[in-house]
Ligand binder design. Structure first.
Ligand SMILES: Nc1ncnc2c1ncn2[C@@H]1O[C@H](COP(=O)(O)OP(=O)(O)OP(=O)(O)O)[C@@H](O)[C@H]1O
Length: 359
């Protein structure tokens, strides 16, 4: 069984439980886009859950269903066990205060100061002035912007603007934070800072975070679990380490390859010796995670199956604090012996991917 699964991985008492969500859009020509086509997932308390997919996969529609900015045509949106679709407008407004949202383009009011932007949701909620001022100061300190309270958005860098966006989202003390491509408008270094901030806020405030992104690097850096979407469906979901190290679906494999995979330069392949008559040459990526040592496994495979294994390249990486090794191998031998060796690697818990599939 693959480590990840296209079906939902139910968790006990999920903070967010989505079941069978569908949302179709009909364009002017009458054709229908299935933005959501039966999506189910559970987000556990305190986790950072990522939804990754290419443009048009349905990520924005999905995240907007969690606070019902978008209403699914079918399905259930359960937040802390309550189906939001059954609530009247007043109750829904109240529940939405428990769900903060951060946007790609920050969505700040340019005519208001930083403090004014952060105060905005508290004003809408009718919080008295003194309490509001205290809360604004508190959240600005949390995001490291206490010194910028009186600045205007135009005076801030992208990273600072997103800190304001995060402070505004957190001002009403939500238990859930939704991040809609929160770092997609930022450079890599600022992205790293903002992701670090989101993680530390999750820890400090006991938040549950659901984020959407088109970047596997974001998932790798911050998420505990991930769902991969395409054409309105979840292709697979699971622990980030499992999905990255044993991707089950070709789309996931191509996503993951860009982040952790090997690509062997054509010149290197051209310099490899050809297989002997009656034998094959296969280029394999082997992922070592867990207790089995690389060197011993390679030399033992050679002895056991009478094959030759040349190491083309290798490196060590880490996902969510778990180390793993990646190695590109050229394997030479009779086809049945190579099949047996691959099966043996798999039995040892090492993931083997033909390098031809890794682009
Ligand atoms: N209001 C709408 N009217 C018509 N079609 C829509 C609407 N909203 C989304 N869609 C379509 O639904 C599909 C999914 O869109 P969605 O924005 O959810 O995808 P996404 O994964 O978030 O991609 P992106 O990152 O480009 O926003 C797309 O084909 C999109 O064109």
């Amino acid at each position: 069984m693959p480590a990840s699964s296209p079906g939902v991985s139910p968790v006990p008492s999920p903070v967010i439980r989505l079941r069978g969500l569908t949302r179709h859009f009909r364009n002017r020509q009458g054709s229908v886009t299935k933005a959501l086509d039966g999506v189910s997932l559970d987000v556990a308390a305190g986790e950072i859950f990522g939804i990754v997919g290419r443009s048009g996969a349905g990520k924005s529609t999905l995240i907007r269903c969690v606070n019902l900015l978008e209403r699914p045509a079918e399905g259930e949106v359960l937040v802390f066990g309550e189906n939001l679709l059954t609530l009247d407008d007043a109750a829904l407004r109240q529940r939405r205060r428990g769900i903060g949202m951060v946007f790609q383009h920050f969505n700040l009011l340019s005519s208001r100061t930083v403090a004014g932007n952060v105060a905005f949701p508290l004003e809408v909620a009718g919080m008295p002035r003194a309490e509001r001022d205290a809360r604004v100061a508190e959240v600005l300190a949390l995001v490291g912007l206490a010194q910028k309270a009186e600045a205007y958005p135009a005076q801030l860098s992208g990273g600072q603007k997103q800190r304001v966006g995060i402070a505004r989202a957190l001002a009403p003390r939500p238990r859930i934070l939704l991040c809609d491509e929160a770092t997609s408008a930022l450079d890599p270094e600022t992205t790293h800072d903002i992701l670090g901030l989101i993680r530390s806020l999750r820890d400090k405030l006991d938040l549950t975070v659901l984020l959407i992104t088109h970047e596997m690097a974001v998932v790798k850096e911050i998420c505990d679990r991930v769902a991969v979407m395409e054409a309105g469906q979840v292709l697979e979901q699971g622990r980030v380490f499992d999905v990255f190290t044993r991707p089950a679906h070709p789309t996931t494999r191509s996503f993951v390859a860009g982040t952790i995979g090997h690509s062997v330069p054509p010149g290197t392949v051209a310099r490899l010796p050809p297989p002997r008559p009656g034998e094959e040459r296969r280029l394999l990526q082997v992922l070592f995670a867990g207790p089995n040592s690389t060197r011993a496994v390679i030399s033992e495979a050679s002895r056991r199956f009478g094959i030759d294994l040349d190491i083309i390249s290798g490196r060590i990486d880490e996902i969510a604090g778990e180390p793993f090794g990646l190695m590109a191998l050229a394997a030479y031998g009779a086809a049945p012996r190579l099949d047996e060796a691959v099966a043996w690697f798999e039995e040892l818990g090492l993931a083997v991917t033909p390098l031809a599939e890794v682009r």
